[in-house]
Design a protein around this ligand. Structure first.
Ligand SMILES: Nc1ncnc2c1ncn2[C@@H]1O[C@H](COP(=O)(O)OP(=O)(O)OP(=O)(O)O)[C@@H](O)[C@H]1O
Length: 325
């Protein structure tokens, strides 16, 4: 058995509501998730501090951060596997932990996939059906059929990508309103990552669920996710609509000798310099007071990497931090 208790989730038997009670339109109203002042301390170490973020319903949100940033800790508090030391999490307006109501709307896929090596795919689906009152067998079978995953194949004999697809099918067929995925793309090759993200997008379009997924693979998130949360050193650096964030930020490059003067005129989020060239991430408008400086188009990866390189950079303008490489 390749599962841990943590990995099995979270649409608890008996607590679920029927899909009719969660019509697709209701899934897209308000915030799916609200964390307020969320913090978690393990003995003396704070893994997460003062995290306040909201993810609107119907979004596909990426939770990005380096190793040890607190992503798994954050996700485990959302799905009720960990109690916050400080603050609270609400899912569709209900506080997680008070009763099972919030959890009944969540499915969680942990890093370690909740699959049994010795089971066939069909047996895994039967297991899902028995464990979950909202189970949608047509959705599960249709999905596996489309993905051409043989029902009689044992889990141990599936490829890594197919195992992820089976685990994802188990989670989606629970008909959650919020699907939480911890590193679903880890260990997959580029083709499998593409297949998993596109089939996830198809499921989102069909069901209207909200998705929150953690990942290190930022380029794969572009075009898949429309909401971004960057965690770094246990704190939230950025959170917002990806299109808005990309249009609000500008990446400027120019001569290092004028960086100080240019930075004094603009809302600079982060700065770095390599030899004679300096780069700045700027949030908001404002004319660049030096024509030698040029603006580069900003990709999601640029945005994320610039924030991650500088743990003190926050989305709101703060005192400038100069980094020399
Ligand atoms: N059970 C625990 N006891 C003590 N410290 C822990 C525990 N779980 C996590 N931590 C610490 O909390 C911090 C955040 O860990 P977490 O696993 O949440 O980060 P992460 O962003 O998911 O990392 P990764 O990308 O490597 O999975 C790390 O410093 C980690 O060592």
């Amino acid at each position: 058995m390749r599962t841990s208790e943590d990995a099995v989730v979270v649409n608890m038997p008996g607590l679920g509501r029927s899909p009719e009670e969660h019509p697709a339109h209701a899934r897209r109203e308000g915030n799916a998730l609200e964390a307020t002042g969320l913090g978690k301390q393990y003995r003396r170490t704070w893994a997460l501090r003062e995290c306040s973020v909201a993810v609107p319903a119907g979004r596909v949100a990426a939770l990005v951060g380096p190793n040890g940033a607190g992503k798994t800790t954050f996700l485990h508090m959302i799905v009720g596997l960990l109690q916050p030391t400080r603050g609270s999490v609400r899912v569709f307006g209900t506080t997680v932990g008070r009763d099972g109501a919030a959890l009944s709307r969540i499915a969680f896929l942990a890093q370690e996939k909740p699959l049994y090596d010795g089971f066939t795919v069909a047996e895994m689906m039967r297991f899902g059906r028995v464990m979950n009152p909202n189970w949608d067998d047509d959705l599960a079978r249709g999905r596996l059929d489309e993905l051409r995953i043989p029902l009689d194949r044992r889990v141990a004999r599936l490829s890594g990508g197919q195992q992820t697809q089976v685990a994802l099918t188990l989670a989606i067929a629970k008909r959650p309103d919020l699907l939480v995925l911890d590193e679903p793309l880890a260990d997959l090759d580029p083709l499998a990552r593409h297949d998993v993200t596109s089939s996830l997008m198809a499921a989102v379009a069909e069901t209207g669920m909200t998705v929150l997924l953690s990942s290190h693979v930022v380029p794969d998130l572009e075009g898949t996710c429309d909401w971004l949360v960057v965690l770094n050193g246990g704190r939230v650096q950025v959170s917002g609509d990806i299109d808005d964030l990309l249009s609000e930020h500008r990446l400027l490059t120019g001569p290092a000798d004028s960086a100080e003067a240019v930075a004094a005129q603009l809302p600079v989020v982060a700065r770095s310099s390599t030899g004679r060239q300096a780069t700045m991430l700027v949030r908001g408008a404002g004319a660049v007071p030096d024509q030698r400086w040029t603006e580069r188009p900003l990709s999601l990866e640029d945005l994320v990497l610039t924030y991650l390189r500088d743990p003190d950079a926050a989305a709101l303008p703060r005192p400038n931090i100069v980094r020399a490489n």
